[in-house]
Design a protein around this ligand. Structure first.
Ligand code: SF4
Length: 431
């Protein structure tokens, strides 16, 4: 979502004649868009501002704005502790960015813009064309969260759940496709809680499927509690919807899920997976895991391990529990670090074995790949298959933006390599 927000901030700032630069030394304004989901996010902000300070030591000071969730969470503290910062701007206030930049140019005063003005924000963004032209583009459809999982900062930094009007989303999707995008990834902290005047995520998926020249749709991130039957059916009916679902579970133990305030059991989670697989056997799954959540016993941990083995997630993102200031879980007693590290290592070994087997089984199979760009050199193209696996091929044809069948002939941990199939035969190009 920060990538989407950063692009939209740039779209807005172009209205006052700012543009992006890859050369920090020539920047007049430095905008740091921040995420608060990982540990030490605030330290990273101070470190980064320190880097800018050093760069501009004997030069004219650039305007420095801290945007995003760290700005929201720390607000005034950042302005007080680091005088080099001109303004802090929360994720629901960045539609004010141009006024803030102009204000800072005139050195009027430091600004703390951390109101939850999500409706105003999207009203403002709707009148500025989304200029992103990436083959695979993000599109925010929903923001915020009302779930209050005990470990998570999102409800405090992004605010309550809000769904954008579907007509605005469809208009923005059409803009992206006109710009050249062929895949749209719908974003929301609780994307499947999307509900605009009884229009659900499934309705949105059906409407977006009708956009000519849009080849693929994905969405992330979902909550099991909001996984409704109509959304399951959309996976069958919307042919453009890719067959990979990222459905965070966090733990394999119902007891820990209750402690986390996740509001569902493991049986309910597995029921969603089974129902989806029954309706669409090609479905695959990925998930997020928190290892060593406070009070996690060895029995709870083993339940997480056995869930991974049962579902065979093709990607498992795992982290040791770390406390976020201000969340209820921050006050709980942590599990001994050595035990936590041991559990993470055991978990990741098991998850990687599943992933490795899955990827090895893909060798000699055929994948439909949407190519995004050519990498280093003229004839090497990067794309993704339907399951979001990275694929690289050699091709004399410009494949950017095209979907091609690829015969996979080898893989490493992160990438599949193959040959484009032309006239039922894999093409041969020197590697
Ligand atoms: S549902 Fe997701 S975003 Fe909401 S509080 Fe839980 S982990 Fe955070």
């Amino acid at each position: 979502m920060n990538e989407y927000d950063s692009n939209r901030i740039l779209d807005l700032a172009k209205k006052i004649n700012y543009t992006s630069t890859k050369n920090i030394k020539e920047a007049d304004c430095y905008i740091l868009n921040t995420c608060h989901i990982r540990e030490k996010a605030t330290d990273k902000v101070y470190h980064e501002v320190g880097r800018v300070k050093k760069e501009f030591r004997n030069k004219k000071k650039p305007i420095v704005l801290i945007v995003g969730c760290v700005a929201q969470a720390e607000g005034e503290v950042l302005l007080t502790k680091e005088k080099y910062i001109n303004a802090v701007v929360g994720p629901q206030s960045y539609h004010e960015i141009n006024n803030i930049i102009l204000n800072s140019e005139n050195k009027i005063k430091k600004i703390n813009a951390t109101e939850f003005e999500v409706i105003k924000k999207f009203d403002q963004l709707n009148v500025v064309k989304n200029t992103n032209s990436k083959i695979s583009a993000f599109l925010t459809v929903q923001e915020g969260c009302d779930k209050f999982c005990k470990f998570c900062v999102v409800p405090y930094t992004r605010g309550p759940e809000y769904s954008r009007p579907s007509s605005e989303i469809i208009l923005e999707a059409k803009q992206l496709v006109e710009n050249g995008s062929r895949e749209i990834i719908l974003l929301g902290q609780n994307v499947n809680a999307y509900n605009y005047r009884n229009q659900r995520l499934s309705d949105l998926l059906h409407s977006l499927s009708k956009i000519k020249d849009l080849d693929r749709i994905r969405y992330t991130t979902s909550h099991p509690k909001d996984f409704t039957e109509d959304l399951m059916q959309a996976h069958v009916d919307c042919k453009k919807l890719m067959p990979l679902l990222h459905l965070p579970v966090q733990s394999g133990s119902t007891k820990i899920l209750k402690d986390m305030n996740r509001n569902h059991t493991i049986d309910e989670y597995l029921e969603i997976i089974e129902k989806l697989k029954k309706r669409k056997p090609s479905m695959k799954f990925s998930s997020d895991f928190i290892i060593a959540y406070p009070d996690e016993t060895i029995d709870d941990f083993e339940k997480t391990l056995s869930l991974v083995k049962q579902v065979k997630f093709i990607n498992s993102y795992s982290f040791i529990f770390s406390a976020r200031p201000g969340t209820p879980a921050a006050n709980l007693k942590k599990i001994d670090e050595k035990i936590a590290k041991e559990r993470l290592a055991i978990f990741q070994k098991a998850a990687n074995e599943i992933k490795e087997k899955y990827r090895k089984d893909l060798v000699h199979s055929t994948a439909n790949v949407l190519f995004e760009n050519n990498t280093r050199g003229l004839d090497k193209y990067f794309g993704r298959d339907e399951y979001f696996n990275s694929v690289i091929v050699h091709s004399k044809e410009d494949l950017t933006g095209k979907v091609r069948q690829v015969k996979i002939d080898k893989c490493n941990q992160n990438t599949l390599f193959g040959k484009v199939i032309i006239d039922n035969k894999p093409t041969e190009f020197a590697a």
